[in-house]
Design a protein around this ligand. Structure first.
Ligand code: PRP
Length: 206
């Protein structure tokens, strides 16, 4: 059976495909997939999912490998083998708030898609905060008065800038990672090794 690779949809998917192509793999079936969530190429089967679901498919052995942001691994701590860093998907985790806004002295409210990372960040600072969990568009929270600040990933900084927010503190750097199901690494060693080696050898793409 072909190895199954779970890809995080969206930005990472695009960056992975550029990278994969730069390694000499044919990405045409993946580029032309339309809304399909499962695509076969000559050598692999690809499935497309949200980051945290990529880890779930890999953890359960449905996918042998997964391409996911390190931020997702840190937040959800899935039981997968964190195989190797990839030369794309660079981003950082930051605390941000409205530019020119007042940083209140009372207990602060922080909105985030990453409650565990946020909790740990403030625990290390010795500050107790209220965390509001959101699923996306976190930048809205300070603008609309739901929170005093946000903890979120910043890649280009465009979303913060266009929504009038500034970084108060940066505290983690992440890249995309290739993760693997622990059993697949043993059972499918022969067919996974060439692919893993290719992913490992590749040059950075921007
Ligand atoms: C991520 C992140 C920021 C944005 C940062 O969101 O949560 O909102 O990207 O990128 P930038 O610094 O290049 O502007 P994503 O695009 O994944 O969408 P979401 O808000 O729906 O989660």
């Amino acid at each position: 059976m072909k190895p199954c690779i779970a890809l995080t949809k969206g930005r990472l998917e695009k960056q992975f495909l550029e990278y994969f192509q730069s390694l000499g793999f044919d990405i045409q079936p993946l580029v032309k997939k339309g809304r399909k969530l499962r695509v076969d190429t000559e050598d692999f089967q690809f499935v497309f999912a949200k980051g945290v679901d990529v880890t779930t498919y890999v953890e359960h052995g449905i996918a042998d490998l997964g391409i996911v942001g390190e931020d997702v691994l840190t937040e959800f701590q899935p039981d997968v083998f964190n195989l190797l860093p990839l030369p794309f998907g660079q981003c950082r985790m930051a605390l941000a708030a409205e530019a020119g806004g007042k940083w209140p002295e009372r207990k602060r409210k922080i909105a985030s898609k990453y409650p565990n990372i946020t909790k740990e960040f403030f625990r290390l600072k010795g500050e107790s905060v209220d965390i509001v969990k959101l699923e996306g568009s976190v930048e809205l929270a300070p603008i609309l008065g739901l929170a005093d600040g946000i903890v979120d990933i910043v890649e280009t900084g465009t979303t913060l800038k266009e929504n009038g927010l500034i970084i108060k503190e940066e505290f983690h750097q992440y890249t995309a990672r290739c993760i693997a199901n622990r059993s697949s690494l043993k059972i499918k060693k022969d067919c996974l090794t060439p692919l893993i080696e290719a992913l490992q050898k590749g040059e950075a793409v921007t």
